[in-house]
Design a protein around this ligand. Structure first.
Ligand code: ASP
Length: 306
């Protein structure tokens, strides 16, 4: 029986996960994440997300297959509904791993990916309210045709949640895979790329050890390569829980920049899992399908102060 671990924002995809539990991990991940990307109630993944500082939605996603260590990623993709599928196509159809911006959009168009205006009324209203509440009145008239630099620190996520969606699968074929998709921080500087599409930071899978996905402050996961670190700590002989704790301890060496919260999700090749909210006082909800149960059960992560 496959093990699927999905984070809090993955709830719109849980049914697809159960329906496809016998399929290969990459198909399960893509199907679940597509449902989440299409759900406008989730404001940090796909349609209906909070936009960046100039009111545009730029999406990040990646997927990795632990049998071959193949990976595909897109960053700052505009105008396409399913970045996870575009990322998977980068992996399967190009000699590359990672496409960004206009090139990613061009590739999405060429493969016939579904084009879509992803901003909903709610996300536009959220943007207007952010401008109103954070940008000085005299600048608002010409916003965003002015320097944005001084206002970048106002771009902290209003919902204070780890908004990326992360799905990890150890499937019936013995393969571990990982996938993540997000719009990143709300009100981020245009072109800002988080950890999600950075293989080794927000996403990693290796059949010899397991699969890892991160949500939360992407800048932290990038600076210490969290996802790959968890795998390397397992390679050194740690169990999945110790490996996550050790990877979180690496955040204690960071100073400067934004130091907030990262939630590390990990499954090892035998299906044991661990989720750790680092830099948080409260645990985070996640969902897991375990041996025989055939349904997702809700769990709360462990926490670790930094
Ligand atoms: N990790 C994502 C990013 O930094 C955001 C999140 O999960 O809240 O882009």
């Amino acid at each position: 029986m496959a093990v699927i671990l999905a984070n809090e924002t993955a709830w719109p995809g849980l049914k697809s996960g159960i329906d496809r539990i016998d399929e290969c991990g990459l198909d399960i991940i893509e199907a679940m994440i597509r449902d989440i990307e299409a759900a406008s109630e989730v404001h940090s993944v796909g349609r209906g997300s909070w936009p960046n500082m100039v009111g545009e939605l730029e999406l990040d996603a990646s997927i990795m297959y632990g049998r071959t260590l193949e990976a595909g990623a897109v960053a700052a993709l505009k105008g396409y509904l399913h970045p996870i599928s575009v990322a998977r196509a980068v992996m399967s159809r190009l000699p590359h791993v990672f496409l960004a911006g206009e090139g990613a959009a061009r590739f999405a168009r060429e493969i016939g990916a579904e084009a879509s205006n992803l901003l909903t009324e709610a996300s536009r209203n959220g943007f207007d309210a952010w401008v109103e509440g954070n940008i000085p009145e005299k600048l608002r008239e010409r916003w965003p045709e002015c320097s944005l630099v001084e206002h970048a620190w106002a771009s902290l996520d209003p919902e204070e949640v780890g908004g990326t969606t992360c799905v990890l699968v150890c499937d019936d074929f013995g393969d571990c895979s990982a996938g993540v998709s997000t719009s990143g921080w709300a009100w981020k500087y245009p072109g800002r790329v988080g950890d999600s599409p950075v293989i080794g930071a927000g996403c990693y899978a290796d059949n010899r050890y397991g699969a890892v996905g991160c949500i939360g402050t992407g800048e932290m996961a990038i600076r210490v390569s969290t996802a790959r670190s968890v795998i390397l700590y397992m390679k050194q002989g740690m169990c999945v829980e110790e490996a996550c704790r050790e990877a979180a301890r690496d955040y204690r060496d960071l100073s400067g920049g934004v130091i907030r919260r990262v939630v590390i999700h990990a499954v090892d090749r035998s299906g044991s899992h661990f989720v750790l909210a680092a830099g948080a006082d409260e645990g985070t909800r996640y969902y897991v399908v375990e041996e025989e149960s055939g349904r997702f059960e809700e769990r709360i992560s462990e926490t670790m102060r930094l």
